[in-house]
Design a protein around this ligand. Structure first.
Ligand SMILES: [Zn+2]
Ligand SMILES: [Zn+2]
Length: 230
């Protein structure tokens, strides 16, 4: 909700959580450049950015993904769910309900039938594990309900040797959203369904984590791994 009209070049980020023999994938990225250009905005997608190639770089193939988490069902977070057949995909029930019939301001983000498209999340309907609220996924890994960008948004809390990280994804799309501007402590995303709820979500985030990781900020790539290896 700042700098309207200013163009930003920004990545679309998926996260891989590794530990205790598990590989948990958080979000699965977007469609190809041609699709994106027609239905959203131009993107650059080189071979080394493709999800399966990135996973390979971490020694992971689809078969040894433990499970997938979708923070929400916008097209740029669930497009490649079908690359992981048979794997459970964790989504909040309230997110699934909304995605089936989104508000008009969000039709494009869900690639809704209302605008003649086929929502990408519908490719994997038999794989969803619907959850409600805060849920312990594995020891040290919790799905945390932080709505406002969408009504059923969830982040992932990960305990590490160096503090607790929140994979906030589009709840805090960029570090600026969390770091504020000197006047406002935090800056809400312009894409939201409920601004009051957004501030309640911020109050919650203040209490539950040490660090946040956004969904669309190039600063994330200043480190290859979190916590940073030093
Ligand atoms: Zn989103
Ligand atoms: Zn996004």
């Amino acid at each position: 909700m700042q700098g309207a009209g200013e163009k930003l070049i920004t990545p679309i980020i998926a996260y891989l959580i590794q530990g205790n023999g598990r590989n948990i994938l958080v979000d699965t990225g977007c469609g190809d450049p041609e699709w994106s250009k027609v239905h959203h905005h131009p993107i650059v997608q080189t071979e080394d950015m493709l999800l399966l190639n990135v996973l390979k770089g971490h020694g992971v193939c689809p078969e040894n993904i433990t499970c997938v988490v979708n923070t929400h069902l916008h097209w740029d977070h669930c497009w490649n769910n079908d690359l992981f057949p048979g794997k459970k995909i964790y989504v909040q029930k309230s997110e699934m309900d909304f995605a089936m019939k989104p508000l008009p301001t969000q039709w494009a983000y869900y690639e809704s039938e209302e605008i003649g498209l086929k929502p990408p999340f519908k490719k994997t309907m038999d794989q969803y594990e619907l959850v409600d609220g805060d849920v312990d996924l594995y020891p040290g890994i919790q799905l945390t309900f932080i709505p406002s960008h969408t009504p059923g948004f969830q982040g992932v809390l990960v305990d590490t040797d160096n503090g607790r990280y929140l994979i906030a994804s589009d709840c805090l799309g960029r570090f600026d959203n969390w770091e504020g501007n000197g006047v406002m402590r935090h800056i809400p995303s312009a894409i939201h369904v409920d601004l009051n709820q957004c501030y309640r979500t911020y109050d919650k985030i203040e209490k539950i984590c040490d660090y946040i990781l956004p969904g669309h900020d190039g600063r994330v790539f200043e480190e290859r791994v979190y916590p940073p290896e030093r």
